[in-house]
Design a protein around this ligand. Structure first.
Ligand code: CUA
Length: 155
């Protein structure tokens, strides 16, 4: 093998190791969640929100032309939400404003991401994948409140 080929292979390997290390560092040390495709949750076609622990919730969200169900999610401040996202029809996107949440909603698949809301306020979310005539209307919001009695959703 030529010397320059060896050098190129070594540098490629080092670069890949660096990228892989950066992902491990981000997920472990910086607690940054990496979107995951879930295979051990039964496919669902209706939305639900329920509490799974103190300050912890599970949200099963359905995207379809041209809305998210639920479109409004009310939660108390400090909530951690495990988001399970699927689509009823075609591929949609899901991006939450001011949060590191960016998922794809694909029919027949469930994508997962965990997010914590430490500050009260409204966090809008929208579809970021062109999905037809009313793509621009496909949006909703998390409403994070200082103190509420029960979490609720609205379509
Ligand atoms: Cu759904 Cu764009």
């Amino acid at each position: 093998m030529d010397k320059s080929e060896k050098l190129a292979l070594t540098l490629s390997f080092l670069l890949l190791s660096l990228f892989f290390g950066a992902i491990v560092y981000a997920s472990m040390a910086r607690n940054i969640e990496v979107p995951t495709c879930i295979t051990d949750v039964e496919p669902f076609l209706t939305d639900t929100l329920f509490q799974t622990g103190p300050d912890e919730y599970e949200l099963q969200m359905v995207a379809r032309m041209w809305a998210f169900q639920p479109s409004v999610v009310r939660l108390p401040v400090g909530s951690t939400v495990n988001i399970y996202l699927t689509s009823q029809d075609i591929i949609h996107g899901f991006k939450v404003d001011r949060k590191n949440v960016n998922l794809m909603a694909a029919p027949g698949a469930i994508n997962y991401l965990k997010v914590t809301f430490d500050e009260a306020g409204e966090y809008k979310f929208a579809c970021h994948e062109f999905c037809g005539a009313a793509h621009h209307t496909m949006a909703g919001r998390f409403v994070i409140e200082e103190a509420i009695n029960e979490p609720e959703t609205a379509d």
